[in-house]
Design a protein around this ligand. Structure first.
Ligand SMILES: N[C@@H](CCC(=O)N[C@@H](CS)C(=O)NCC(=O)O)C(=O)O
Length: 240
């Protein structure tokens, strides 16, 4: 089969996709059976590799980021998961994926607020562990610049982490319930309809799984998360 898409992904020492944003696109490619090849980029190589290829970041996006794709038939290069998803949906409409929805937006916002707090902080030092040394240097410099303190300060002992998990349990349960609103129609957040929100949630869980199986197990203990992850699993078999 002729390659239709080149997918620029984020490298890690395990040689598999772990970025939730790239997973959004990769699940679409796997689901729609679009022939693609992956180019994994280390963090410090993203800007240098993409700058000559894709239009500069606009609006809220100020950085060069993965995912980016080359759509070979039209020789189009684009960056940003939402824009890529829109191109894929317009070009390969079968099977259909709902790109946006009111419920999806609410879920992504609430998920963002949990991950933006203690859970995200918990993952950052774990992410360092799956990067090659020069990517670790880049990760540390960029993250410490916006955090304003050393990454080591995020490292917590098991008891403190336990406390963080119990602090977010109310939010996680509420989010899980929200994801199961349409449970009678099917396993996805919109019931039987697949949407980009499912792919972002499943991709985020897969990211956690690559970094720390224990964190993954804690999140799939919530029904809503498990339902979406399991339903997307057939489209996550190809990881590279
Ligand atoms: N809004 C972007 C965000 C993508 C994003 O943040 N990607 C991260 C990897 S998970 C990245 O490329 N970061 C580059 C860096 O931190 O230098 C999208 O949805 O595509």
């Amino acid at each position: 089969m002729t390659t239709e898409i080149i997918l620029y992904d984020l490298a890690c020492t395990k040689g598999v996709c772990f970025s939730p944003y790239v997973w959004k696109v990769r699940i679409m490619l796997n689901l729609k059976r679009i022939p693609y090849k992956t180019i994994f980029l280390e963090f410090p190589d993203i800007e240098g590799s993409l700058k000559p290829l894709v239009p500069p970041p606009t609006g809220d996006n100020t950085r060069y980021t993965v995912p980016a794709i080359q759509h070979m038939p039209s020789n189009t290069y684009i960056m940003d998961s939402a824009q890529i998803a829109a191109l894929l949906e317009a070009t390969y409409p079968d099977p259909p994926v709902q790109l946006t929805s009111e419920r999806g937006r609410t879920i992504e916002e609430q998920f963002g607020s949990v991950v933006g707090g203690s859970l995200g902080a918990m993952m950052m030092p774990r992410e360092m562990n799956i990067l090659v040394p020069r990517a670790q240097v880049h990760f540390r410099q960029t993250r410490e610049a916006y955090l304003g303190y050393k990454l080591e300060e995020l490292l917590k002992g098991p008891e403190e982490e336990e406390r963080d998990w119990s602090e977010v349990s109310g939010q996680m349960s509420a989010l899980s319930e929200l994801m199961r609103t349409n449970r009678d129609d099917g396993p996805f957040v919109l019931g039987s309809k697949l949407s980009l929100t499912d792919f972002f949630i499943a991709g985020s869980l897969q990211a956690a799984r690559v970094m720390d199986e224990g964190v993954f197990s804690r999140v799939v203990a919530y029904d809503g998360f498990k339902s979406v992850y399991d339903a997307c699993s057939p489209y996550m078999e190809r990881k590279d």
